[in-house]
Design a protein around this ligand. Structure first.
Ligand code: ISL
Length: 546
């Protein structure tokens, strides 16, 4: 048992502002654009928006490099626009969850400019500096996530600073109490403006110890999160979601366990990593393996059975489009989109919809490197080409896994550039926008959008969906994903065909001869429950037994 909170039944929606809706024709989405689309989100039924960063930024990493935590990037609007967004969303019962990027700042943040000018200022200690190695080189050979050394030299101070990501993203020194106080103060400032919580970017990096080269889930992490809870979060009605690439089922409850007083839930990536090559990483993807995927999903359902809570997602701005990655973005795109939604939204946890997912948007399919904008993709391209990888081979990997797959403009209509902008978009629109867009999807009662809307409403209305226990079925089946949810005597059965072939399975015997009612379906409604389940390609069905 647990105390019910509003976000237990709510669905989140991620807006990636530069690609959502452009109100002024500069080719870049903006806050007035988001406000103009709140009707779409309220129709969908979402409870909160996770807004990717809109703060002042040189945009080296599309806003994940913040130069002023208390101001808005001019291309996105003004603080007044932001206040209006918070108020307009609230009128529709939608909370705004800000992206909190405090593992690092931008190198153009005034703190870093001061820190890099002289050692004799308090801000110097806001960052992580080490003396050069005896040969003048970096202190060690740590590599940055976006390529190259994780250390950059600043001649003015004669030291190297540490950056887990690019050199334009110096890591903040969380061991400095004055820096932590600045961050907590900034968080309270946003909460006082009315935001409903935070999604915390790469939060498991803040407790790092560079000298022992422990970066993820370092020795200071949970002490800092507990301090942040005491200083900022306690006593407020918020939702907090930490992002972590290292959290495992061993460590998950340290973040969100009942007695921890840290976060409400974490975004974890074990189910995503199942699709990457174990040594070569994301640009050399391996084929999707349903059994491994199920193992990852169900392990987290099991972990959060009685304690903690889970954040459910298949896509975001760093990941490929889910229909393209997990299922089929060609002939079976529509049922595949619905089936992925069904599986995720019928699990226990808080589901997240990434913009465009609700109409089944697909990967970008760029065939030239100059169509890409993402620094991670471009840096890895340069590094791998230098090592002799064929450009065409790299592009095949990028077509599958580059972050830009999810960053092409939202497809609102069949108007030029999908109605996203009247100008030239900052990144090319997917050429399939005349067929895949909100305007054409919406009127159809069998649309992908209508399916999402139904699933989101079911979670609000049905206790078994919000709070039931998850019981996996057929865990070794390579083609079908199936599970039950149980609450008291209520049973929910979810069955999903992950192949492009017909499949037949026997109904589990303990469910035979019970009355059931269809709740959601990808193809046609089926009210009766047959003893043999016959599933078309990518078909999924949900039944409730009472
Ligand atoms: O996708 C990734 C794993 O290779 C990384 O690109 C990504 O950096 C990682 O998911 C962490 O992501 C978050 O922090 C980054 C930012 O670039 C991402 O957009 C953000 O979601 C640095 O702030």
């Amino acid at each position: 048992g647990h105390d019910e909170r509003w976000w237990h039944r709510a669905t989140g929606y991620q807006v990636y502002p530069r690609s959502f809706s452009d109100s002024d024709g500069d080719g870049m989405g903006d806050i007035p654009g988001i406000i103009s689309k709140l009707g779409h989100l309220s129709d969908l039924g979402v409870g909160f928006i996770w807004l990717s960063p809109v703060y002042a930024s040189p945009m080296v990493d599309n806003g994940y490099d913040i130069s002023d935590y208390r101001d808005i990037a001019p291309e996105f609007g003004t603080l007044d626009d932001m206040d209006r967004l918070i108020a307009e969303a609230r009128k529709r019962d939608i909370a705004i969850v800000m992206d909190l990027v405090v593992n690092h700042s931008s190198s153009l943040h005034p703190w870093f400019k001061a820190a890099a000018a002289t050692r004799d200022c308090p801000e110097h200690a806001y960052y992580i500096w080490r003396d050069p190695a005896p040969d003048g080189g970096p202190p060690d050979d740590a590599q940055a996530a976006f390529g190259g050394s994780a250390w950059s030299f600043v001649p003015e101070v004669g030291q190297y600073y540490f950056h887990f990501f690019s050199g334009a993203q110096p890591d903040l020194n969380w061991q400095n109490p004055a820096l932590r106080a600045e961050i907590y103060d900034m968080m309270r400032w946003w909460l006082d403006r009315g935001v409903g919580g935070f999604r915390m970017d790469v939060i498991s990096l803040i407790g790092k110890d560079v000298d022992t080269r422990i970066y993820e889930e370092g020795p200071y992490l949970h002490g800092f999160l507990q301090e942040m809870h005491r200083e900022v979060l306690a006593g407020r009605d918020l939702v907090t979601i930490g992002e972590s690439w290292s959290v495992s089922t061993e460590t998950g409850l340290r973040y969100c366990g009942r007695d921890r007083e840290e976060l409400d839930m974490v975004f974890e990536f074990s189910h995503i990593r199942e699709g990457w090559h174990p040594e070569l990483g994301k640009f050399a993807p391996k084929p999707f393996d349903l059994v491994a995927f199920k193992r990852a999903l169900f392990a987290w359902q099991e972990l959060t059975r009685d304690d903690g809570w889970h954040a459910l997602f298949l896509s975001n701005h760093d990941l490929p489009r889910q229909v393209s990655f997990y299922a089929d973005d060609g002939a079976h795109r529509r049922p595949a989109a619905k089936t992925l939604a069904t599986v995720l939204h019928m699990l226990r946890g808080t589901p997240f919809v990434y913009q465009g997912e609700e109409i089944g948007m697909t990967n970008a399919r760029f065939d030239r490197i100059d169509q890409y904008r993402d620094l991670e993709t471009l840096n890895h391209f340069n590094a791998q080409i230098a090592e002799g990888v064929e450009p065409s081979e790299f592009l095949a990997g990028a077509n599958r896994n580059s972050r830009d797959n999810a960053r092409t403009p939202m497809q609102w209509s069949a108007a030029p550039n999908g109605g996203f902008t009247t100008g030239t978009p900052w990144i090319e629109t997917n050429p399939n926008y005349p067929d895949i867009n909100v305007e054409q999807d919406l009127p159809d009662p069998d649309s992908i959008f209508a399916h999402y809307k139904r699933l989101i409403a079911l979670r609000r209305d049905r206790d078994v969906i919000a709070f039931g226990q998850t019981e996996p079925l057929w865990e070794d089946d390579p083609d079908i994903l199936a599970f039950e949810r149980r609450l008291g005597a209520e049973r929910l059965l979810v069955v999903a065909n992950f192949t492009n072939r017909d499949q037949t399975r026997a109904l589990p015997s303990h469910l035979a001869n019970r009355a059931a009612k269809g709740l959601a379906w990808s193809h046609a409604p089926r009210d009766d429950i047959p003893d043999r389940l016959e599933l078309q390609p990518f078909e999924s069905l949900v039944w409730i037994f009472d």
